[in-house]
Design a protein around this ligand. Structure first.
Ligand SMILES: *Cc1c(COP(=O)(O)O)cnc(C)c1O
Length: 366
């Protein structure tokens, strides 16, 4: 049988492993930070009606520039901003992973570099590898926070072509301050991406999109995969200067957003308030999970997202497997002593807490 190593793979991909969060069909999946609440039935019905209409037109290619969707996204994202946002500043692709890949294709590549502050989203180095961009990981401070000085020093020293600040940060949950974003922007000449995948769960601060005027190198990425409960549709988006959008058009595949994706996303945004109604409960479950785990003796890092990074496990791998055997999936990211747990519904959170309690202090033993 042919092995991967028999193939003439690009040198920078040799020995690399694909993104691989387990996808077991277990009753309780709290491992990839989805919104685990079901979609409201009336929203489902409206999306299905929109899809039915779109199917009638699929003999034709979809709108390559997905104008209607960009207007809908601009309306949604612009809500919290003084001057709003227009569609020329909006872009979208099949998940924010694809948006970020396009950013790397346009602004990264051979001889260029991507810097971020670790631990952070595991896709950043994979996207760097896929585009032959050099990955520059800079450790966060001991409590996983970032300060304006820490960020600015790293950017001044390494002068990357692209930097990504993830806030709230995956997998630590750490929130990101405006002062840190501004210090980063002023410290280097490259593209600064603020990844706001978990923005809606924080609720306490303004979007970095409010900083866009006058900052053409600032890109703010968002997704419908998390708070919006739309992970299966694959829709991520970005707000930036119209010139940045022009750059992304150079690398996107023609018609990359299918007519069905566009129709589903437009319909869902029409119901944004209903789609996001579960966010309040998810925050409450996150805080309940945090309190419950602290009571059991675990160290829970402060989180502005829909998940918690939890320390104090004697063997994260053994606890991961013990919970998996109980039909509960959480995430082992290889951080010593730690596991990441998504806040689910009230019932899921209760079951998880009971299962962890039953393992005894420090969790399962290796
Ligand atoms: C989940 C996540 C994304 C979103 O990925 P999609 O491709 O939009 O599903 C982006 N950034 C971070 C940090 C994430 O955790």
């Amino acid at each position: 049988m042919t092995q991967l190593s028999d193939l003439p793979l690009r040198a920078n991909l040799v020995g690399k492993r694909p993104y691989g969060a387990p996808q077991d069909p277990v009753p309780i999946s709290l491992n990839v930070n989805e919104n685990t609440h079901p979609l409201p039935e009336d929203v489902v019905a409206d999306i299905v009606a929109s899809l039915a209409e779109a199917v009638r037109g699929v003999n034709r290619y979809p709108d390559r520039d997905f104008r209607e969707l960009r207007e809908a996204l601009a309306g949604y994202l612009g809500r919290g901003l003084d001057d709003g946002l227009d569609a020329d500043r909006l872009w979208a692709a099949n998940g924010s992973n694809e948006v970020l890949q396009q950013v790397l294709q346009a602004f990264g590549g051979p001889g260029r570099s991507l810097l971020s502050f670790t631990p952070t989203y595991s896709m950043y180095p994979l996207l760097a590898d896929g585009t032959d961009t050099r990955w520059v990981p800079i450790p966060r401070l001991d409590d996983y926070t970032l300060t304006p000085a820490h960020v600015a020093d790293a950017l001044r020293e390494h002068r990357p072509d692209i930097a990504i600040l993830c806030g709230p940060n995956n997998p630590t949950g750490t929130v990101l301050d405006t002062e840190t974003i501004l210090a980063a922007y002023d410290a280097f000449e490259g593209i600064l991406v603020v990844d706001e995948a978990y923005f809606e769960f924080d609720g306490s601060r303004a979007s970095a999109a409010s900083l866009l005027p006058g900052r053409p190198r600032l890109l703010v990425s968002r997704t419908m995969s998390k708070a919006f409960a739309f992970a299966g549709v694959r829709l991520g988006y970005l707000a930036a200067d119209p010139a940045v959008i022009d750059a992304l058009r150079l690398v996107r595949l023609p018609y990359h957003l299918s007519a069905l994706t566009q129709a589903a996303a437009i319909a869902a945004i029409r119901h944004a308030d209903e789609m996001l109604a579960t966010v309040t409960d998810i925050r409450a479950q996150r805080d309940r999970l945090s309190a419950g785990l602290r009571e059991l003796g675990y160290e829970v890092h402060p989180s502005g997202a829909n998940f918690l990074l939890v320390g104090g496990f004697e063997s994260p791998t053994a606890t991961f497997e013990a919970l998996r055997a109980h039909g509960i999936l959480i995430r082992d990211l290889g951080i010593p002593g730690h596991l990441r747990i998504t806040a689910g519904t009230e019932a899921e959170t209760g079951t998880l807490l009971e299962a962890v309690r039953a393992l005894g202090p420090g969790g399962a033993r290796a």
